[in-house]
Design a binder for this molecule. Structure first.
Ligand code: CMC
Length: 432
């Protein structure tokens, strides 16, 4: 079955007497099932970054990196962003189907019922240093929430899982807003349950107890759309983390907290704030876009064009396409002129005609324009990744639930190719 030469193993094909089963997805993806490779053939695969390795079968989100398509449960992201609300999309991701009118009303009512945090949680926010990064607070508070809901920890109990998904969805905006208020020394704002999901979050973020807060419908809808665009993206770094943590049957809160920490990094969800830092830096340095394109291409320079490139999209990221138009529209409707948008547009234009970026198929990703909109809506840069986390939460929970319900799930435990010393004799401390 194998043709081995010069350290290379060639897998001949399926006509030989030993073959591997293949699994074909509903969109024609073909996976080679190598689960018997080690036990039957004493080989393992080496795949840094899991770039060629599927860790599961999933029916939640479809991404086609060549055609730039993204669908949640079969529905195109363009339709969802234009016609749905964020809770509606969360329901779709978690339950598999769009809610009926009554189901949606019931779901929204459930979310409203659980927006408050246990008062004891407030002491935890107080314990963080002033100026603590809100992502650190968010993941710590999410893990801490598990201690208040231990009775819902059993991943095999459907009712407990449902309760946990509702509590997490309902409370995460409250946690995020408390983390922000703590960081700026303002009083915590309690949820107002007559408001919709995004409006309620806005009033907890920007309201003050001493005066009424007026919700701007343009801002509330823009936030809702951004949350929809971030809601799931199949097996990305943070989602794979949620699945990996959950595969040990750790509870949903603990698994999601793990995903948040993975999201924080600048190569993943942290890229949205890194983009603004980069654009600000370019602006302050005189706005010379060519200089930074040159730096991004220079292999001796660690600078990368943040918000560019994607592991899967090799054509365009449909979320970025929606956001580019949306950014211009929202800024216009809010009457904001942001010089960083001009730099962003110039950078994109230059990069898209530069051989380096064209050859490597590097296009703007979701984070390139999302930060511009978050900024125009009044969010501070350090909150951007928190907003991504609020958006991604339904995806993490849907993927966790799917993993738990899949009879083929096993604890995640990758192999390694050991490259260290072979056995050595232990020298006493005097002999070293
Ligand atoms: N600027 C300059 N060069 C780049 C960039 C970039 N942003 N991204 C990739 N490259 C080059 C890279 O140096 C490599 O070149 P070569 O083949 O000559 O060595 C080639 O393109 C392939 O890149 P890679 O790093 O092997 O690709 P990857 O799939 O491992 O990484 C990525 C994907 C998104 C981490 C990477 O493109 C990157 O670091 N982008 C900047 C950070 C960013 O915007 N992240 C957000 C990702 S989308 C949303 C999310 O997940 O949160």
């Amino acid at each position: 079955m194998f043709n081995t030469s010069e350290g290379e193993i060639t897998l001949i094909n399926e006509e030989t007497d030993v073959s591997f089963p293949t699994v074909t997805g509903t969109e024609g993806d073909i996976g080679i099932d190598i689960s018997k490779l080690r036990t039957e053939h004493h080989r393992i695969t080496l795949d840094y970054g899991f770039a060629n390795t599927a860790g599961c079968r999933s029916s939640i989100t479809y991404v086609n990196g060549d055609t730039g398509e993204l669908r949640y449960r079969g529905y195109g992201i363009e339709d969802l962003a234009a016609k749905a609300t964020f809770p509606e999309v969360a329901y779709l991701l978690i339950n598999g189907e769009l809610p009926t009118k009554v189901e949606l009303e019931d779901y929204e009512a459930e979310l409203r019922r659980h927006t408050l945090l246990n008062e004891e949680m407030k002491r935890m926010f107080d314990a963080f240093p002033r100026g603590a990064h809100p992502m650190g607070i968010l993941s710590a508070a999410t893990a801490a929430m598990s201690t208040f809901y231990e009775r819902y920890h059993n991943p095999r109990d459907e009712a407990s899982v449902k309760e946990s998904t509702i509590r997490l969805m309902a409370k995460l905006p409250t946690v995020a807003a408390f983390a922000y208020k703590k960081s700026i020394g303002q009083p915590y704002m309690y949820p107002r349950n007559e408001l919709d999901y995004s409006s309620n979050f806005l009033q907890m973020m920007f309201g003050l107890p001493v005066e009424p807060y007026e919700i701007d419908p343009v801002v509330a809808r823009a936030l809702d759309v951004l949350l929809i665009l971030h809601a799931d993206h199949e097996q990305n770094c943070s989602t794979a983390t949620v699945r990996l943590v959950g595969s040990s049957e750790a509870n949903l809160f603990a698994s999601v907290a793990g995903g948040m920490n993975a999201l924080w990094g600048p190569l993943h969800g942290g890229a949205n704030s890194a983009v603004i830092a980069m654009l600000t830096h370019i602006d302050e340095d005189g706005g010379d876009v060519d200089k930074y394109i040159g730096k991004a291409k220079d292999k001796d320079d660690p600078f990368r064009l943040m918000g560019f490139g994607h592991r899967v999209y090799k054509n365009f990221d449909p979320r970025a396409t929606i956001l580019k138009d949306y950014a211009a529209d929202v800024l216009d409707r809010l009457g904001v002129h942001d010089p960083l948008l001009d730099i962003a547009l110039k950078l994109e234009e230059h990069a898209l005609t530069d051989d380096y970026f064209v050859e490597r198929k590097l296009y703007p990703n979701v984070d390139f324009y999302s930060g511009m909109i978050f900024r125009s809506l009044g969010f501070p840069v350090r909150m951007f990744t928190v907003l991504f986390a609020i958006g991604r939460l339904p995806g993490w929970m849907a993927q966790w639930k799917e993993m738990i319900e899949d009879p083929d799930t096993r604890i995640g435990r990758p192999r390694q190719v050991y490259a260290g010393y072979t056995e050595r004799v232990f020298p006493s401390v005097d002999e070293r």
